[in-house]
Ligand binder design. Structure first.
Ligand SMILES: NC(=O)C1=CN([C@@H]2O[C@H](COP(=O)(O)OP(=O)(O)OC[C@H]3O[C@@H](n4cnc5c(N)ncnc54)[C@H](OP(=O)(O)O)[C@@H]3O)[C@@H](O)[C@H]2O)[C@@H](O)CC1
Ligand SMILES: Nc1ncnc2c1ncn2[C@@H]1O[C@H](COP(=O)(O)OP(=O)(O)O)[C@@H](O)[C@H]1O
Length: 288
């Protein structure tokens, strides 16, 4: 378990003479016409967690929605498959852009399609930088787990229980009976970092390390909370944290931000897009 202070201490120091290139370049591949919010949420979260340059790559409706809300990211327009989702032929320009990225986040709101499957496989095989896969990126890997070992370095996976069930072929009840054991076995067997999300969250690394976060908060139980976590963790990856520590610190800070939002807005009315702002208050109190 990490304390909030230990998690915050993992963030890179902000030397007064630093420039944006010192805090990583994150490339985000996310969103589709029906899920524009997922892309905006993970982008906002990545920015607030301190990444120096964040680029959101997606189809036009996703970029238009994000541009209306966010000033700081740069944008890369990708081809549409005709159904409002990123087309498979986007792999080439993405791999080209990934050459200058320090981390890549993919999957939030991508939607399910054969294009998404091809895109995920292409990025897993070709990305030269650390990769975090969330949501429909995970669904695209389910049934093709050999792809995980084809990544140049162990990828970070952030499944909720439903996604973990699809990945493992187990039912949710079986996973919930032993989340630590399931996450650890999957991480070891498939050489990846698993962030198994539920009311309690387990982070398991292929070398056997386990981080637990047991900060239950029903205010987090709403669509979009996971997109924020993905943005937080990918931002830390882009800033050079070791992947399991990036994931564990993100989980801890996400939970603490959630507690703060619940106190401010109630567990009923708090919203995921408020988590990145609450993070600012937490970090400020720790002198960051
Ligand atoms: N604003 C936006 O644009 C948003 C867009 N989003 C995008 O939507 C897409 C679909 O993602 P998704 O997660 O909503 O659907 P899916 O993968 O089918 O999972 C649900 C299934 O899993 C099961 N389940 C069991 N245990 C569970 C648990 N602990 N936590 C969660 N689920 C659990 C659950 O079971 P049940 O509810 O029946 O108990 C159900 O059968 C994806 O691209 C995502 O990025 C969202 O991020 C929201 C904001
Ligand atoms: N009851 C709860 N207590 C604490 N955290 C929760 C609770 N319910 C959900 N969460 C957290 O909220 C996030 C939900 O992620 P996910 O289900 O992927 O949502 P989405 O894809 O809709 O953004 C996870 O980080 C999970 O741990």
């Amino acid at each position: 378990m990490l304390t909030v202070g230990e998690a915050a201490a993992l963030l890179p120091a902000r030397n007064p003479g630093a420039h944006k290139g010192n805090f990583g370049r994150l490339l985000i591949v996310a969103g589709s016409a029906g899920y524009t919010g997922a892309a905006a949420l993970c982008t906002l979260a990545a920015l607030r967690m301190g990444a120096g340059i964040v680029t959101l790559a997606s189809v036009l409706p996703v970029l238009a929605a994000a541009q209306a809300k966010l000033y700081e990211p740069t944008f890369l327009t990708l081809p549409d498959n005709g159904a409002g989702q990123i087309a498979a032929r986007a792999v080439e320009p993405l791999l080209e852009r990934a050459r200058s990225a320090s981390a890549l986040l993919m999957g939030c709101g991508l939607g399910l399609s054969s294009d998404g499957k091809a895109l995920t496989a292409g990025l897993l095989r070709g990305a030269p930088c650390p990769l975090l896969i969330d949501a429909d990126g995970l669904n695209a890997v389910a049934g093709r787990l050999w792809l995980l070992r084809e990544a140049k370095q162990p990828p970070v996976l952030t499944p909720h229980m439903g996604e973990m069930a699809r990945l493992t072929g187990l039912d949710v009840e079986t996973i919930q009976a032993d989340p630590r054991g399931c996450a650890a076995a999957f991480a070891r067997e498939h050489r990846c970092i698993v962030v198994l999300k539920d009311a309690d969250t387990v982070v398991a690394a292929p070398d056997g390390r386990i981080f637990l976060y047991e900060g239950r908060n029903a205010g987090m139980a709403r669509g979009g909370s996971g997109d924020v976590l993905a943005g937080f963790a990918a931002s830390l990856l882009a800033q050079g944290l070791e992947p399991a520590e990036a994931a564990a610190a993100a989980v801890r800070l996400h939970g603490a931000a959630g507690m703060r939002c619940a106190l401010r807005s109630s567990k009923v009315a708090m919203l995921p897009h408020e988590l990145p702002e609450a993070l600012g208050g937490l970090l400020l109190e720790r002198g960051l």
